[in-house]
Design a protein around this ligand. Structure first.
Ligand code: GDP
Ligand code: MN
Length: 398
């Protein structure tokens, strides 16, 4: 589950990680009130207005702007709230901005230059261990750094038994080119950051930039936090962080119905039980010359009701030209699924306007096929073998 910057910073701060402080606002008036409150709390006289959407690269798209007084806070917030923000990480139409974070300006001049670093914590799938990935060249062009000067990206592998050790934190601060007070602050920062990552059961932390201020503080200016959904039951207090406005509407609906659905951009809808078979089915569709329009795992209980919901969800996608139902009847009997398909089809009347290829294999597969073949007037084609199903998909697409 992805979080907004302000939510990620709340988690960081609760574990003692230094952050650029801010207050979230839904309207320009709230933004002004937030700015006033922020000045009382922090003494800041300049502010940064930051669009809160689940996408990076906001600065490049005009979603992060400096405001030097309350009038500017108001006019900039007015511009940003409600805009379709296009960044290198969004689609061409962009993402609607519902809220902004009014943050303190932390790039104030002082005894030394400010410096921007990149620090992330994530699982290294090759080693099965967490790692800290970091670079002295943080800021808005980190992708280019990774591409052109990969030697400037460092990693520190973490032993799961010991966690991040102090010598590793010192190594990071050293490789970032820090010394003196800033060095010490950075070691504290990364130790706290790793603690926050582990304790919150996060899947990824990406802090870019981590800022060394002109008075040698180390702060998270940005926070991209992704929580591990499978561990959310241990963090009930994070459940409220879900912002469904940021998610694909059909995926939200599917989740509410207990279906595991991911939208894709192909033309063949699929309805499958079991994630492994769903992946195999997607391969099959590709082999048959189609492109899967979605991943959909209906789970173990493929009854008429669930099948109907699944059909409705698949058919919301106007690109779908055919639907392949591929169910293995182990615990669930194929004839019950077949009956479910037939009932759902009849219930939905005219709304199913594409051919459906049904492949049922396993317990009572023969009865299931007979049941479907006996129905007349339905645009449902039955198949028993995987290959046969692929050929039928090919035929209807041709
Ligand atoms: P992103 O573009 O979505 O990654 O958003 P960030 O939160 O990283 O902000 C983008 C850029 O805005 C940063 O890289 C900074 O250069 C700049 N920025 C952020 N906070 C401040 C601030 O307090 N003062 C100034 N002057 N610039 C800031
Ligand atoms: Mn950033």
């Amino acid at each position: 589950m992805n979080l907004h910057e302000y939510q990620g910073k709340e988690i960081l701060s609760s574990f003692g990680v230094g952050i650029q402080r801010g207050i979230v606002a839904q309207t320009p008036d709230e933004a002004v009130a937030a700015a006033k409150e922020l000045t009382e709390k922090t003494g800041t006289s300049w502010y940064v207005v930051k669009a809160q959407v689940h996408a990076g690269g906001r600065g490049k798209g005009g979603g992060v702007k400096l405001a030097k007084n309350l009038d500017e806070v108001k006019s900039i917030s007015d511009d940003i709230i409600g805009m379709m923000l296009v960044t290198p990480q969004t689609s061409a139409e962009g993402k609607l901005v519902n809220q902004v974070l009014i943050a303190e300006d932390v790039y104030y001049p002082g005894e030394s230059e400010t410096e921007e670093f990149y620090v992330s914590v994530l699982l290294d799938r090759a080693t099965g261990k967490n790692m800290v990935m970091y670079s002295p060249e943080g800021g808005m062009d980190i992708e280019q750094v990774a591409e052109k000067t990969p030697e400037l990206i460092f990693t520190e592998e973490i032993d799961p038994g010991t966690g991040l050790l102090p010598f590793q934190a010192r190594n990071i601060a050293f490789n970032l080119g820090l010394s003196g007070a800033a060095f010490k602050e950075m070691t504290k920062f990364v130790m706290a950051l790793y603690k926050a990552y582990e304790s919150s059961d996060s899947a990824m932390f990406e802090i870019n930039p981590v800022l060394k201020t002109s008075d040698n503080k180390i702060l998270a200016v940005d926070a991209k936090v992704s929580l591990d959904e499978n561990a959310l039951y241990r963090h009930k207090d994070y459940l409220d962080y879900r912002d469904i406005r940021e998610e694909h509407p059909t995926e939200v609906e599917a989740k509410a119905a207990g279906l595991n659905y991911v939208a894709l951009d192909g033309n063949v809808g699929c309805m499958v039980n079991g994630a492994g078979l769903a992946m195999g089915t997607m391969d099959l569709i590709k082999q048959a010359g189609g492109e899967p329009a979605n991943f959909l795992d209906v789970g173990g209980t493929a009854d008429a009701k669930r099948v109907e919901i699944a059909f409705r969800i698949i058919l919301k996608d106007p690109n779908v030209k055919a639907i392949l139902v591929n169910i293995f009847g182990g615990i669930v009997r194929c004839d019950r699924v077949a009956q479910g398909v037939v009932d759902a089809y009849k219930n939905m009347g005219d709304s199913i306007n594409v051919p459906i290829i049904v492949r049922l294999q396993g317990t009572n597969a023969v009865e299931a096929k007979a049941l479907i073949d006996a129905e007349e007037g339905l645009n449902v084609i039955s198949a028993t073998e995987f290959q046969e199903a692929a050929e039928k998909v090919q035929e209807v697409l041709a």
